[in-house]
Write a protein that binds this ligand. Structure first.
Ligand code: NAD
Length: 431
């Protein structure tokens, strides 16, 4: 037997995707869209491999005077439609394979939402809770220097993701500026507002989930008022979605994070839960709700489920158990392909990550445009333009899903793959 034969035949020698790993999930999602691409289908191989990957060593001096080494990555999946764009994650489980998948999803997301960007993603394998602020700054600056040759305002523009925020972006921008001698505010997005950041960026991803979620609920005849919502992940994305849905009259009945899970059938008091979780211990031990087993979170009676933590959370088993009729994917890659099939067969609608959480990159795009123009918009302008872009994308993908009789995810991949591959055809093959 040809030892290259595998479900991912012709694949890269340096990564071994499985059915449940992020890159394996990404490839399966691309493969589901391919039969619908007509004359573009033979070109799909270009989306089944990243344009470029970089692994860097990050040596830093710890506060106690000893040295530590961390592994960092930047994957650039496609630049066909514009510069690379995608976040930077600090997490102990970061791998090259995960970053490649996240970069691939960024290509699909930016194309599905019709932004002039390609796809990229980065990460450093570390547990930020174990580092001091000074140590985190040293890691961030050295990581930025090491990937400095392949990022830039016209090349590849990082942004916040899991465990990274406006402060990390400020250090990244400053390091890039020191190394190049250019002000280069446009090298990262998600910066503090007085350093060229955009109003509305911090809450943009959760706001996009909320705006799209309300529209999807309208189309499914599900009232927002009184709807019971369960949310996994209570960081930037999950907590903002919780705040906005609660303000619209929905009941946030359960929240699970990495520390625990909490439940209240009458709806959790979101502001108090947020203050408690920001105290450092996550949602665990919150006195305004009942502590439940983390796995029982998936059995909670609700109309809407919002996974907003990490990849691979909705497994086949959990997909068979959940009670929600609508899943809004705040996280990237939370649903495995087999779980998607189960949700589909149960009539559960999934608004996929590649459009559902695109509010963040949409406002990152606004930030990048404002930095080039050195002219800044009001928060109302940002929020209105955000809503228009994400709702147009939902409308387009919803129509394709009904016309082609495929899930919203496959429809989004079809729309996006067509756009990226048309750009490839128009550019031609270099040299
Ligand atoms: P964050 O670091 O602010 O929050 C992550 C949350 O997930 C925390 O509450 C953490 O406790 C929880 N979590 C981590 N591991 C978990 C586990 N094993 N089980 C349950 N909960 C767990 O990160 P974020 O920026 O909110 O990102 C969350 C997701 O949204 C990620 O998939 C990210 O890629 C995606 N996303 C983020 C943005 C953005 O603008 N921040 C944009 C698009 C997509």
């Amino acid at each position: 037997m040809d030892d290259r034969a595998s479900p991912f035949a012709g694949d890269l020698s340096y990564v071994y995707p499985t059915k449940t790993s992020p890159w394996g999930t990404f490839l399966a999602q691309v493969d589901r869209a391919t039969p619908f691409l007509g004359s573009l289908a033979p070109l799909i191989e270009t989306l089944r491999r990243p344009k470029r990957t970089l692994i860097v060593d990050i040596p830093i001096e710890l506060d106690n005077g000893t040295m530590a080494h961390f592994e960092g990555f930047r994957a650039q999946h496609s630049f066909a439609r514009g510069p690379g764009k995608g976040g930077v994650r600090f997490h102990p489980d970061v791998t090259l394979e995960e970053v490649m998948a996240l970069a691939g999803w960024m290509t699909i997301k930016n194309a599905a939402i019709n932004l002039p960007f390609g796809g990229a993603k980065g990460g450093v394998r570390l547990d930020p809770r174990k580092l001091s602020k000074k140590e985190l700054e040293r890691v961030t600056r050295r990581y930025t220097s090491e990937i400095g040759a392949i990022i830039g305002p016209q090349q590849d523009i990082p942004a916040p993701d899991v465990n990274t925020d406006a402060q990390i972006m400020a250090w990244m921008m400053d390091t890039y500026a020191m190394n190049t001698g250019l002000a280069s505010t446009g090298v990262v997005t998600g910066k503090p507002v007085h350093l060229g950041g955009s109003l509305g960026r911090v809450k943009a991803t959760g706001r996009g989930v909320f705006v799209m979620g309300c529209e999807a609920m309208k189309r499914l005849n599900m009232p927002v008022e009184g709807a019971r919502i369960a949310i996994q992940g209570f960081g930037n994305v999950g907590s903002t979605a919780a705040e906005l849905f609660a303000a619209a009259g929905a009941l946030i009945v359960a929240v699970q994070d990495s520390r625990g899970a909490i439940f209240c059938s009458r709806g959790l008091p979101v502001a108090e839960l947020l203050a408690h979780s920001q105290g450092g211990g996550g949602v665990a031990n919150f006195s305004g709700g009942e502590t439940i087993d983390r796995e029982s979170f998936w059995d909670v009676a609700c109309e809407v489920l919002i996974p907003s933590a990490l990849e691979g959370q909705l497994t086949e088993t959990r997909a068979g158990r959940i009670k929600a009729q609508l899943v809004l994917e705040g996280a990237n890659g939370p649903t495995l392909p087999e779980a998607d099939d189960i949700l589909g067969s149960r009539g559960i609608v999934v608004v996929p990550d590649v459009i559902c959480n695109a509010g963040g990159v949409t406002v990152s795009y606004f930030e990048w445009v404002q930095d080039f123009a050195s002219y800044y918009w009001t928060e109302d302008e940002i929020n209105q333009r955000l809503a228009k872009i994400v709702l147009d994308a939902l409308d387009h993908v919803w129509e394709a899903s009904q016309r082609l009789r495929v899930s919203l995810r496959t429809a989004a991949f079809i729309v996006a793959c067509e756009r990226v591959l048309i750009a490839h055809v128009e550019r031609g093959l270099y040299p």
